[in-house]
Design a protein around this ligand. Structure first.
Ligand SMILES: Nc1ncnc2c1ncn2[C@@H]1O[C@H](COP(=O)(O)OP(=O)(O)OP(=O)(O)O)[C@@H](O)[C@H]1O
Ligand SMILES: [Mg+2]
Length: 244
């Protein structure tokens, strides 16, 4: 049985898709079988981040609508698999249909990571409906943290558990100068247990622009690996924030 995790944020641009790609890559590098599902109907991005936009043939709507056998739809990219999102919404995309979709892959993967769209409405609800647990991503600014808290509440209301928190784009300097919230303030406001902190790292954007995975030795790459290890049950202490 796969561990089925939705990655959500509330506010757009918090770093959900980057985390799905980076965390998925780290889990795959640890030898896990990983399927990434892009849940962002109409605004998919994982195919670009992973550098396979030209190669995608099927998306998950083709499976739900019976146009493609489930086993033919995921695209292999290195040691990962991607099921990309359709370009348009359809009434056939219901929570039950999403659960049936994910069930096709349950036995074949260790982890299924579902990239939710921004917001807490229909697309978010659909993405979350197929998951058992969640990671909410927030940057350390007050607006993003408030929307993360709304997402955490919605996910608990949908009975997902656990709902964990990743603080993304952390910079030690502005926190020290009190321009951004500190780690405790983000955790208290978001209302979820922290599973990792990803530093602000330009490599994330540069590598995505090239359609290449982040380098494992980059600050973000190392942070993704630490989160992957914690997910796998290893006890990895939080890194000293002044060294980020
Ligand atoms: N740790 C990081 N350091 C620096 N830049 C980052 C980091 N994480 C994400 N970014 C950048 O932030 C931007 C938004 O990231 P991303 O697309 O992953 O967010 P998202 O939450 O999926 O957005 P959307 O809500 O539009 O789906 C991208 O340009 C990405 O490269
Ligand atoms: Mg995204």
């Amino acid at each position: 049985m796969a561990q089925k995790t939705v990655i959500a944020s509330g506010k757009g641009g918090a770093g959900k898709s980057s985390l799905v790609a980076g965390l998925g890559g780290a889990l795959a590098d640890m030898g896990k079988r990983v399927l990434l599902i892009d849940g962002d109907i109409g605004l998919r991005s994982l195919d670009l981040i992973l550098g396979c936009a030209e190669n995608t043939v099927y998306n998950w709507a083709d499976v739900i609508l019976g146009r493609c056998a489930p086993e033919k739809a995921p695209l292999p990219i290195g040691n990962l698999f991607l099921l990309t999102a359709p370009l348009r919404d359809a009434p056939a995309f219901t929570p039950d249909a999403m659960r049936a979709l994910v069930a096709h892959y349950d036995a074949f993967f260790d982890h299924i990571l579902i990239d939710a769209p921004a917001g807490v409405e229909r697309g978010f609800q659909l993405a979350a409906s197929a998951a058992q647990n969640a990671i909410v991503v927030s940057t350390p600014d007050a607006v993003c943290v408030r929307s993360a808290a709304a997402a955490v509440d919605e996910l608990y209301a949908m009975e997902l558990s656990p709902v964990l928190l990743v603080i993304n784009r952390f910079k030690a300097q502005p926190v020290a100068k009190r321009k951004l919230l500190n780690i405790d303030q983000v955790i208290d406001s978001a209302g979820a247990r922290l599973i990792g902190i990803v530093p602000d790292d330009p490599d994330v954007t540069y590598r995505a622009a090239m359609g290449k995975p982040v380098l494992p030795e980059s600050p973000a790459g190392m942070a993704y690996l630490r989160i992957a290890k914690r997910i796998e049950g290893e006890k990895i202490p939080l890194k000293h924030l002044d060294k980020m």
